[in-house]
Design a protein around this ligand. Structure first.
Ligand code: TYM
Length: 338
């Protein structure tokens, strides 16, 4: 990993790019680890921003065509409902930019096999019993192409994607070492506080682990999901180390630091004033309902207007594709295909 740093390809402007797979409903890990940054960054840094729905990647596990189409729409609606400003950022569907497959092939012809063989997320999926297909193995090469196709400088993601970005750096370096300054080196950008959000069972929250909580869950289903957050049988009065309490990790996502600090201090002190797990769950449910209420309402509106969502994605596709075509052409020329 982290082979030679490649010189920057043409173009000095900062470009942010990231993707979310449409393999399930966007969850709290996606939001706090990545999507929140995607929405806030364009407001604070007027660079170029590209965010996409990774439907080609979703196909490594998805087998239901109707469900895939619906999840793509849901992911787009989620970005819009949460407030992505599509005047400042480009929102598009990965499969509207087929050039990424051409770039994947170029990278595959100069990159070493070992890079993909060492990919941790591939090994983890196999360990969890997933039957690997070729696409799952090639996943990081397609992701590298996604990143390099836009001359990306920063990739805002959760911690689980850092190795994939290192693979993109290495694949770019291998190609550039032979053909010159073609691909620009990207860097990962992690959320300072929440780059690894836990799931309901305390492991990393993941669509494929069955431990995730949909951003817009509400009412009884939300109570049921929060009820599943792992606890133990210690009574409320018993003083406890806050560091070992998963519910406090969840509360940290939503409460301001002072408020969260008080919950921790009361838990540590124990005694009659200490909060029980039931109390923490009630507070968490309330916080989730409140935080996402405005976006939940916008989501309902957007679902009634699919044509508007289609328009946003079509506009995004045009802009994203123009950029990817230019990079593909540059790479083709460099290696002798044109
Ligand atoms: P995906 O769909 O698994 O996750 C989308 C984003 O959410 C982040 N994330 C988390 N962050 C913190 N805690 C968690 N528990 C958690 N779970 C997920 C991920 O790190 C990610 O940023 N391979 C990508 C999709 C992709 C992509 C790309 C991303 C395809 N091409 C190019 C960036 C650039 C993925 O599986 O995302």
């Amino acid at each position: 990993m982290n082979a030679a740093t490649t010189p920057s390809a043409p173009g000095k402007a900062r470009t942010y790019l990231s993707g979310v797979q449409s393999s399930g409903l966007p969850h709290l890990g996606n939001y706090f680890g990545a999507i929140r940054q995607h929405i806030e960054l364009p407001l604070t840094d007027p660079a170029e921003h590209f965010y996409f729905i990774a439907d080609y990647h979703a196909l490594t596990t998805s087998r239901d065509p109707e469900e895939l189409r619906e999840r793509v729409r849901e992911t787009a609606v989620t970005y819009l409902a949460l407030g992505l400003d599509v005047e400042r950022a480009t929102l598009f569907r990965q499969s509207d930019v087929p050039e990424v497959h051409e770039i994947t092939w170029l990278l595959s012809c100069t990159g070493g096999m070992g890079l993909l063989e060492r990919a941790v997320s591939f090994k983890e999926k196999i360990e969890r019993g997933l039957k690997p297909n070729i696409g799952l193995f090639l996943y990081p090469a397609l992701m590298a192409a996604d990143i390099l196709a836009y001359d990306t400088t920063f990739v805002p993601v959760g911690a689980d994607q850092v190795q994939h970005i290192e693979i993109a750096q290495d694949l770019a370096a291998s190609f550039n070492a032979i053909y010159g300054d073609v691909f620009r080196r990207p860097e990962a950008l992690l959320s300072r506080e929440h780059s690894k959000v836990p799931g309901l069972d305390g492991q990393k929250m993941s669509k494929s682990y069955g431990n995730s909580l949909w951003i817009f869950e509400t009412g009884k289903l939300l109570s049921k999901a929060v009820g599943r957050i792992a606890t133990d049988s210690r009574p409320p009065e018993e003083p406890k180390d806050p560091a070992g309490i998963l519910l406090l990790d969840f509360l940290k996502l939503f409460l301001d630091p002072e408020d969260h600090g008080q919950w921790c201090a009361r838990t540590l002190a124990g005694g009659p004033g200490a909060p029980g797990y039931g109390h923490m769950k009630q507070r968490l449910i309330q916080a989730i309902e409140e935080r996402f209420a405005p976006a939940r309402a916008r989501r309902e509106e957007l679902l009634k207007d699919p044509a508007e969502v289609d328009r946003v994605l079509a506009r995004g596709a045009l802009k994203a594709r123009a950029r990817a075509v230019a990079v593909r052409d540059r790479a083709f020329r460099a290696c002798g295909l044109r």
